[in-house]
Write a protein that binds this ligand. Structure first.
Ligand SMILES: Nc1ncnc2c1ncn2[C@@H]1O[C@H](COP(=O)(O)OP(=O)(O)OP(=O)(O)O)[C@@H](O)[C@H]1O
Ligand SMILES: [Mg+2]
Length: 304
């Protein structure tokens, strides 16, 4: 059984006087305990919206989210079930999870209390993320960006989540800290038996830490598979374009701005396959009918 199972999730953002934006348009995704899943896709494709719906922070419009066998979908904005402390998020900006006016030790202690953990000390958690225990008395501004992100990870893990979600947790860090912090997050999640959903623009870091990759395009998952397989033989033309756009030879790269064509407006998506206007392989059927969901959702690979 999956730890997290997102099934045909739909999330609309409604702003009065404007058409609803279907940020997530029927996306399915699973994360198993101890598994690291990398979620990638261009800016605006719905990654953060999906993550927020999983945490119960944004109401789902349709579909189902089950976490540890229970439904998350219906919680919506008002009520955050205590069970959902079993899901912890780390954001791009650590100040989204850390209070600048409280000592970091006290903030980590909040997480430990949530988990009913009386054994572990905040200093012990700091050591697990590679910082000296004695720093527990300091405030967030006394640390570098990379250190602050380690503290945010310590705070999240103190609550003993069974699912950790990182929403671009490394994109504000300098290059040398990125791989370190991502690897740390992976190792600590896996050691504690938690699943990790890691959202990143940086495909090379996702390749480094993820067991499986899910590629999202305009609200849908267009391809999923084991990282090594996707890397060796991407099947969806969108995945192929993303991987081609990674600068060689150092493999360091972020999602390209220079993919041909603009990302369509999610309030008014193209007919048929949403990628067809930008797809070099588009056929007649692609503009007319949506391809079935699956490991690769594309008319080039019709289901058997
Ligand atoms: N609160 C909101 N109200 C209205 N529209 C929103 C809201 N949040 C996101 N959107 C829209 O929903 C779509 C998906 O946004 P989302 O933030 O989930 O994408 P993302 O993949 O996380 O992008 P990025 O990589 O830039 O973080 C975008 O078109 C965005 O403009
Ligand atoms: Mg985002």
């Amino acid at each position: 059984m999956s730890l997290l199972s997102v099934d045909d999730l739909v999330v609309d953002h409604r702003t009065p006087g404007r058409p609803a934006v279907r940020a997530v348009a029927g996306a399915s995704l699973d994360v198993a305990a101890g598994e690291v899943v990398g979620l990638v896709g261009e800016s605006g494709c719905g990654k953060s919206t999906l993550a927020r719906a999983v945490c119960g922070l944004t109401a789902a419009t349709g579909g189902a989210i089950s976490f540890e066998g229970g439904q998350v979908t219906r919680l919506g904005l008002r009520r955050r079930d205590p069970e959902l402390t079993r899901i912890q998020m780390v954001f791009q900006d650590p100040y989204a999870s850390l209070n600048p006016r409280r000592r970091i030790g006290a903030q980590i202690a909040d997480g430990l209390r949530t988990a009913g953990d009386r054994e572990t000390t905040p200093g012990g958690m700091l050591e697990r993320v590679g910082l000296p225990a004695a720093m527990a008395g300091r405030y967030p501004h006394e640390f570098s960006g990379g250190q602050r992100q380690r503290i945010a990870i310590a705070r999240a893990l103190a609550a003993r989540p069974s699912l950790l979600i990182g929403d671009e947790p490394i994109s504000a860090l300098d290059a040398s800290a990125q791989a370190q912090v991502a690897t740390l997050m992976r190792n600590l999640a896996v050691e504690s038996g938690a699943g990790l959903l890691f959202i990143s623009h940086d495909l090379s870091v996702v390749r480094l830490i993820a067991d499986r990759i899910a590629v999202m395009y305009l609200g849908k998952i267009v391809e999923t598979g084991p990282t090594a397989e996707i890397w060796a033989a991407p099947r969806h033309p969108y995945t192929q374009a993303l991987l081609r756009a990674i600068p060689e030879p150092d493999g360091l790269g972020t999602l390209p701005e220079e993919l041909p064509g603009d990302v369509p407006d999610p309030a008014d998506p193209p007919s048929g396959c949403r990628f067809h206007p930008r797809c070099p392989m588009a056929m007649d059927v692609c503009a007319k009918e949506e391809p079935a969901p699956g490991p690769v959702s594309c008319w080039l690979y019709p289901p058997a």
